[in-house]
Design a protein around this ligand. Structure first.
Ligand code: 13P
Length: 253
């Protein structure tokens, strides 16, 4: 049985006081053993959040693939591990777009995260133009082939995949259940071709992109959607609690 996961990517939002308060609220949620909840706060607050979180796992939104060195402004996977971080986001479209992170760099990040025992959440997804010209399946497959599919099966089984169509992120234009399920099923079939059916069935594939309390139930009910990577709706405890509850409800029904 694969993990069902609801994760909040707080991006570059919240003051320290707000972040700690939200973290306390999230930690109070009724989280059943059937579901894993992660938060990805701004790095500066990650240790505060880790100290507060008993039931919720805490990750970083980014890290550098090298362990140490002259990389001003960066934080390494090795440092994340010592700080007690559970996970790291790799390949978020905002990192790809605004920081020119390419598939080759993301491959290095993935290797470094796994080497240090940090669970990678690898994000993939196509821009609007690629969706419109109908080449979105091959586009996402290429992202996985160039950054992820060099891993051994044992390494790959530690990775969480997140499909986040760029045109749906922060736009309110959520992918339809058909669009999400088509991509998630395709991703699972490529994982199956590469690592075998058993590994494919164990892989958690999250959906991200304008996922909110009003659409989460339908998205999470899709056969190949194993939860969500949530941006805006993870910044309000009330909204996030609905998403966690929807995740749990969907699993139990
Ligand atoms: P929104 O939920 O705000 O669209 O953001 C999704 C996302 O980028 C999560 O990583």
């Amino acid at each position: 049985m694969r993990s069902k996961i609801v994760a909040g990517n707080w991006k570059m939002n919240l003051s320290q006081t707000e972040a700690k308060a939200l973290c306390k609220e999230v930690n109070k949620l009724n989280i059943g053993s059937e579901i894993e909840v992660y938060i990805f706060p701004p790095m500066l607050y990650a240790s505060d959040c880790k100290a507060i979180s008993t039931r919720v796992k805490v990750g970083a939104q980014n890290a550098h693939p090298k362990d140490q060195g002259a990389f001003t402004g960066e934080v390494s996977m090795w440092q994340l591990k010592e700080a007690g971080m559970d996970a790291v986001l790799i390949g978020h479209s905002e990192r790809r777009e605004y920081f020119q992170e390419d598939n080759a760099l993301l491959k290095q990040k993935l290797d470094s995260a796994l080497a240090h025992g940090i669970r990678p959440f690898f994000c993939c997804g196509e821009p609007l133009g690629i969706r419109q010209d109908n080449s979105f399946l091959s586009y996402v497959k290429n992202q996985l082939e160039e950054s992820v599919f060099h891993l051994s099966a044992a390494e790959f089984e530690k990775v969480v995949l997140a499909y986040e169509p760029i045109w749906a992120i922060g736009t309110g234009q959520t992918a339809s259940t058909e669009q999400a399920e088509e991509m998630h099923a395709a991703i699972r079939s490529w994982v199956g071709e590469k690592y075998g059916k058993e590994t494919a069935e164990k892989t958690s594939i999250l959906y991200g992109g304008s996922c909110n309390p009003s659409n989460a139930q339908a998205l999470f009910a899709c056969e190949n959607v194993d939860g969500g990577l949530i941006g805006g709706a993870s910044l309000k405890a009330a909204d996030f609690s609905v998403l966690v509850a929807e995740g749990t409800w969907t699993i139990l029904n």
